[in-house]
Design a protein around this ligand. Structure first.
Ligand SMILES: Cc1cc2nc3c(=O)[nH]c(=O)nc-3n(C[C@H](O)[C@H](O)[C@H](O)COP(=O)(O)OP(=O)(O)OC[C@H]3O[C@@H](n4cnc5c(N)ncnc54)[C@H](O)[C@@H]3O)c2cc1C
Length: 380
């Protein structure tokens, strides 16, 4: 999962517009954490289908992902590649599959939190508390880990003092608002789709644009590379290839120049307000490894009859789950989501047996009334 092909957060990619508006699957008592039945860590294909599977048994969900968009590996690593082994879809792209899942889960109005990594899990079955790196808190009765190979994050260039420049936003790994770069001197580093997409998209926005890549060749669509070369010939983008990043210069985390080095050791200083670094993604199980859950390497053993981990109330599905016969395939993850949802229902409603019912009979059940009451309501 290391290296490029990189996270394709291209200027044309805007995700989950419908779901952005939802965020109704939970309630937030005044001052307290948002509350839901099931917190799902990971918005890859399997985490998204878990929203549907939980919804079909009347469980509300919240989904959290470190990436800024839905879809996990499908949209981050191969959005335009055709997948041929999704049942009833002879051929569907990674992006197409995630779009279809987005439509399928829409009736269940999950809370979606993107661009946030779950860093802590406290509590026990029936009363879990999750905390994200942005400080958000979610209370849930059960947890599903649909974490794939772990939270995706950018590969960071090994430059001295990098953290200070990241903290001020001088160094960026994704662009959520291109207007922020209007009139700025921008250096882009990388040779994949994202680097080229943004170099082309920021023409006429940035005051100056330089693309730095350590190889003479790019890993992008031929048409995209041709457009880049034409833009460079017109003087819209300065190309520095083959060069690599050598150092960042500035004060108090404010970037003033990016120092680059040629393979022969030649040095150049590029005046810059921002460095956009597109060196691909790395996945890291990270904090999940600290949650007292039995692991085998980067996978989590489960009982396949329930998909429950060694920590009661915490379930694992998709690529992160491990049991005899496990296949790291989307279709198997979908089935695991259905199994986990039923086990979670039994955990959350031990007094209400769940009968097998076909969706053709039940249709899409309406959202259940929230089982939670805020402090205010509880004392009223
Ligand atoms: C190039 C390529 C081609 C493939 N082709 C096929 C194919 O043809 N058919 C097929 O079935 N499979 C294919 N796969 C595999 C398939 O993509 C995976 O099996 C599938 O994505 C697993 O889904 P998932 O939801 O379990 O995990 P992922 O898609 O990996 O999603 C996990 C998500 O969890 C998030 N996450 C993890 N930890 C945290 C945390 N602590 N906080 C917040 N978020 C977190 C990550 O950021 C990530 O977005 C392919 C994979 C690749 C790389």
């Amino acid at each position: 999962m290391q290296g490029e092909p990189s996270l394709r957060l291209s200027p044309t990619r805007r995700s989950c517009s419908k779901l952005d508006a939802m965020n109704q699957g939970v309630m937030k008592p005044d001052g307290g954490p948002v509350q839901t039945d099931v917190a799902i860590i990971g918005a890859g294909p399997v985490g998204l289908f878990a929203v549907f599977a939980c919804g079909m048994v009347g469980l509300r969900t919240a989904v959290i992902d470190a990436l800024p968009g839905l879809g996990g590996q499908c949209t981050a690593l191969y959005p335009e590649k055709p997948i041929y082994d999704i049942p009833a879809h002879p051929e569907i792209t990674g992006r197409g599959l995630i779009g279809a899942l987005e439509r399928q889960i829409a009736p269940f109005a999950p809370l979606i939190r993107l661009g946030e990594r779950v860093v802590a899990l406290r509590g026990a079955a029936g009363d879990f508390h999750l905390t994200t790196d942005k400080g958000a808190e979610i209370a849930a009765r059960g947890v599903i880990l649909a974490a794939g190979a772990g939270a995706f994050g950018p590969n960071r260039p090994p430059l001295p003092g990098l953290a200070a420049f990241e903290a001020t936003g001088s160094v960026l790994y994704l662009v959520d608002d291109p207007e922020r770069l209007r009139g700025k001197r921008v250096v882009i580093a990388g040779g994949g789709d994202s680097a080229l997409d943004w170099a082309l998209a920021l023409r006429g926005v940035a005051a100056s644009l330089t693309l730095v890549h350590r190889r003479g060749r790019f890993r992008a669509l031929p048409a995209q590379e041709e457009e880049l070369r034409r833009a460079a010939a017109r003087g819209e983008i300065a190309l520095r290839v083959p060069f690599q990043l050598a150092a960042l210069h500035g004060a108090s985390g404010r970037l003033e120049a990016v120092e680059i080095a040629s393979l022969e050791g030649g040095r150049e200083f590029l005046p810059a307000d921002h460095l956009l670094a597109f060196f691909g993604l790395a996945a890291d199980l990270g904090p999940i490894a600290q949650w007292g859950i039995e692991r085998e390497g980067a996978q989590i053993p489960v009982d396949p009859a329930r998909m429950e981990t060694s920590r009661p109330g915490v379930f694992a599905i998709g690529d992160v789950a491990l049991y005899p016969g496990k296949l790291k395939l989307i279709l198997q993850g979908f089935s695991e989501a259905a199994v986990a949802a039923r086990a979670l229902y039994a955990l959350i409603h031990p007094d209400r047996p769940l009968h097998q019912a076909y969706s053709t009979t039940t249709g899409i059940p309406p959202l259940p009334p929230t089982p939670f009451r805020s402090e205010t309501e509880a004392t009223a």
